[in-house]
Design a protein around this ligand. Sequence first.
Ligand SMILES: NC(=O)c1ccc[n+]([C@@H]2O[C@H](COP(=O)([O-])OP(=O)(O)OC[C@H]3O[C@@H](n4cnc5c(N)ncnc54)[C@H](O)[C@@H]3O)[C@@H](O)[C@H]2O)c1
Length: 274
Amino acid sequence: MELRDRVVVVTGAANGIGRAMARRFAEEGARAVVVADVDGDGAARVTAEITEAGGTALAVACDVSVEADVEHAVERAEDECGPIDLFCSNAGIGVGGGVDAPDEDWNRIWQVNLMAHVYAARAVLPGMLARGEGYLLQTASAAGLLTNVGAAPYSVTKHAAVALAEWLAVTHGDAGIKVSCLCPQGVRTNMLMAGRDRREGSVVLAAAPALEPEDVAGSVVEGLRAERFLILPHPEVAEYFRRKADDYDRWLAGMRRLQARVAGATGAARTPEG
Ligand SMILES: NC(=O)c1ccc[n+]([C@@H]2O[C@H](COP(=O)([O-])OP(=O)(O)OC[C@H]3O[C@@H](n4cnc5c(N)ncnc54)[C@H](O)[C@@H]3O)[C@@H](O)[C@H]2O)c1
């Protein structure tokens, strides 16, 4: 898909990867970019950045974990900008810890990192299917293909996001619906920096040198152009994923070595071995 003349919604677009995608899509000539975020002031700021640069953007305050908010964002986008060509379900949060993390943390991250994608697909698919075309992009993570040492809720919900993207691609691909799943490792955003400050297991994410959000936006534009399912701004993730599929037990042993190093380490995490 080319972005020119498209109506695009990006959630979590007040900061980080979402902001970089929204700005880049506008530069690519999108007809309108809907900047949706729970941080309404932040969404308005990014909208102003886009319009000042000559693009067209609309800010919508939206908590993606609340289905009515997602429905409202879609309605506003379609009323003010026209049918949505591309919906980027990108907002996400990080929660560290293991199975002992409190239920309220598990429930919160499940809502934001998984159910938000379900709500988005529910809201836009009927129109896209009726038109016989549409594009869904879900931001998961390399942690959704591999795992994230020290962060069970994050790893599990990102695996679920990858599974949902796969399911949507399989189920609706022949009806004209394109799906891409964005799976970066570390990206220099508030999320990564907050995880590092808390030292809470952003290990797979932090294993590779962190990219800038603008680099990720560039990979997304290229991946959308190629209509590729898996968009990997860190290409080495494909090799880790291949090694995992090739010999799961060997991969688990390598991840346990990584976990042991991290548990005993005072310094930075190292690249996982497969
Ligand atoms: N930064 C990384 O290293 C990294 C790596 C892999 C995947 N990701 C994923 O990329 C996506 C974007 O993360 P980021 O690094 O840009 O984070 P970020 O914290 O910089 O930005 C996330 C944005 O999402 C918004 N948001 C959070 N909860 C929301 C909600 N309930 N409703 C609407 N908006 C909400 C925040 O207000 C913020 O503007 C996430 O899904 C994250 O899991 C990030």
